[in-house]
Ligand binder design. Structure first.
Ligand SMILES: NC(=O)c1ccc[n+]([C@@H]2O[C@H](COP(=O)([O-])OP(=O)(O)OC[C@H]3O[C@@H](n4cnc5c(N)ncnc54)[C@H](OP(=O)(O)O)[C@@H]3O)[C@@H](O)[C@H]2O)c1
Length: 270
């Protein structure tokens, strides 16, 4: 029996990761579902149980260190182990840096607490259990964590920070058998950009990115789980993402143009 902890499991990619794990692992898995909204978590838990898995709901705000530690404590209290930790909880933002007023800049720090610190705290708390099971850590970064995306200074900073943290941790953990898989999705069809911050730190309510051709949440979750099962170092999604990474070394100006082209006209810098 394996215990798999998923943060940001109430919606989007995290909820789909839970559903797919429930289907593939069935009664061999206990899924520990964490996010802030209890009702939405309960709805995902019902779907996981219908697929045959055991599912626990642990309401957690990952921007609070004590709640990250309480999540691990609860998972261990109820199941006695942790085999997998998927650091998926995240918030997005769309704002040109020059348009953010000094009095609003606090949301940059709040975003960092969720995307970076939430991952650091959850991973630190779960590490003793993961070492004991020679388990798996997954970090859901973004292509914006490989290439700086205009209008996403806060988000890119948080995802680059995640990438660096988990790359260093992967090397540290190599002798222990614990694997670290960092996923770099491109544009995935979820509501993340609608919930994300605008320049004033309010919910943006719309997406600043061109959404045509977005990857389905099912495909994104499938790729993440395949990388996790194979203990891959990285899962870089989309051809553009794979190309952009190498092109950045050879022709960074071209990559800047590609990043700008991903924005809708109304949010482009002038
Ligand atoms: N969708 C994309 O295009 C895309 C692309 C690249 C990377 N990603 C990354 O993929 C991950 C999942 O994104 P998504 O698209 O599935 O987003 P989503 O649909 O908006 O879901 C985000 C999840 O994170 C949770 N969350 C937000 N703030 C939290 C907090 N303070 N504490 C605990 N949980 C919190 C939300 O639950 P509650 O509101 O219930 O807390 C929700 O379950 C994120 O890390 C995101 O950066 C997404």
């Amino acid at each position: 029996m394996q215990t798999l902890v998923i943060t940001g499991a109430s919606d989007g990619i995290g909820a789909e990761l839970a559903r797919q794990l429930a289907t593939t692992h069935g009664a061999d898995a206990t899924l520990v579902l964490a996010a802030r909204q209890r009702d939405a978590l309960e709805a995902v838990a019902v779907q996981c149980r219908q697929a045959g898995a055991r599912a626990l709901v642990v309401p957690t705000d990952v921007s609070d260190e004590a709640q990250c530690r309480a999540l691990t404590t609860e998972a261990v209290r109820q199941t006695g182990r942790i085999d997998v930790l998927i650091n998926n909880a995240g918030v997005s933002a769309q704002a040109l840096f020059a348009e953010v007023r000094a009095e609003d800049l606090g949301w940059y720090e709040r975003l960092m607490r969720v995307n970076l610190w939430g991952s650091v705290w959850c991973t630190h708390a779960a590490l003793p259990q993961l070492l004991a099971t020679r388990g798996r850590i997954v970090a859901v970064s973004s292509l914006a964590g490989l290439v700086g995306v205009p209008g996403r200074t806060a988000y890119s900073a948080s995802k680059f920070a995640m990438s660096g943290f988990f790359e260093a941790l992967r090397a540290e953990l190599k002798p222990t058998g614990v694997s670290v898989t960092t996923a770099y999705p491109g544009v995935v069809a979820t509501r993340i950009r609608h919930h994300g911050y605008n320049a004033r730190g309010e919910a943006a309510g719309s997406s600043g990115l061109k959404e045509e051709g977005a990857m389905s949440v099912e495909e994104c979750a499938r790729l993440i789980l395949r990388g996790m099962e194979r203990r891959q170092r990285e899962v870089v999604m989309t051809t553009k993402g794979k190309l952009g990474r190498f092109l950045k070394l050879l022709a960074p100006g071209l990559v800047e143009k590609m990043a700008l082209a991903a924005l809708k006209d109304e949010v482009k810098p002038r």
